[in-house]
Design a protein around this ligand. Structure first.
Ligand code: CA
Length: 233
């Protein structure tokens, strides 16, 4: 999952970025309002963390601009402690949540997980598909009760696929949400990662949870009774 952080204070921005990266998110940072608007319009983020006090354009203007452009990405606003007016203005402009500064990273991380859940249908911190489960707090994956060891990128890819279960995802969409920079469109990196991930999550039933969609990309789907050994690549 890819997150945009719009925060001008370098120390705070790098603290948030580092923490989110440890939570296995892909993170981009903008250091002023204009840059925030630019990045939000160029990339498809899963959540935006937006400070209110920003140079060039404040957080409220950024929020107003991105919502006016039809961008519905969940937004968490970082407000001044005790400023009820900040919170009201932010929520009325279309923010999904707010967090007063200073805050503990654990709370920011929990609020980000909550935003990502609200954007989808999952209400739990554990994502599931068949008997595959992914705990988004501990970052552990299981097939039934067997734990699956995943690398950082494999985790990110699996989280994105599971959060978008039953939706066909193009290779470019997957690239945008799982990698922070653009790959050569000819690159087969996604296919390589999917193949590796499939191998790790496959159990004895050989049910395919991640299916190829010819000419487009991939879809994660609940297994059907008849799926075992069905040829897919
Ligand atoms: Ca600031």
């Amino acid at each position: 999952m890819r997150i945009l952080v719009v925060e001008d204070e370098r120390k705070v921005a790098s603290f948030i970025r580092k923490g989110l990266m440890e939570e296995l998110y892909v993170v981009d940072v903008a250091h002023d309002g204009e840059e925030g608007i630019k990045l939000a319009s160029e990339n498809d983020y899963d959540a935006i963390i937006l400070d209110v006090m920003l140079p060039r354009k404040d957080g409220f203007h950024v929020l107003k601009d991105i919502r006016a452009a039809g961008n519905v990405t969940p937004v968490l606003m970082l407000t001044a402690r005790g400023s009820m007016q900040d919170r009201v203005t932010g929520l009325d402009l279309g923010a999904d949540d707010y967090l007063p500064k200073p805050f503990h990273f654990e709370e920011l991380a929990a609020r980000v997980r909550s935003l990502l859940r609200r954007a989808g249908t999952e209400k739990s911190t554990t994502l599931t598909c068949g008997d595959l489960s992914l705990d988004t707090v501990t970052h552990r994956a299981y097939r039934a009760t067997k734990e699956i060891e995943l690398t950082t990128k494999e985790y990110s890819l699996l989280e994105y696929l599971m959060r978008n279960k039953n939706r066909v995802l193009s290779r470019s969409l997957i690239t945008q949400h799982v990698w922070s920079y653009s790959f050569d469109t000819e690159s087969n990196i996604i296919d390589v990662y999917v193949k590796r991930l499939r191998k790790k999550i496959t159990d004895d039933s050989e049910q395919l949870l991640i299916r190829s969609v010819r000419g487009v990309g991939y879809i994660m789907r609940e297994p059907d009774e008849h799926d075992a050994n069905e040829g897919d690549e």
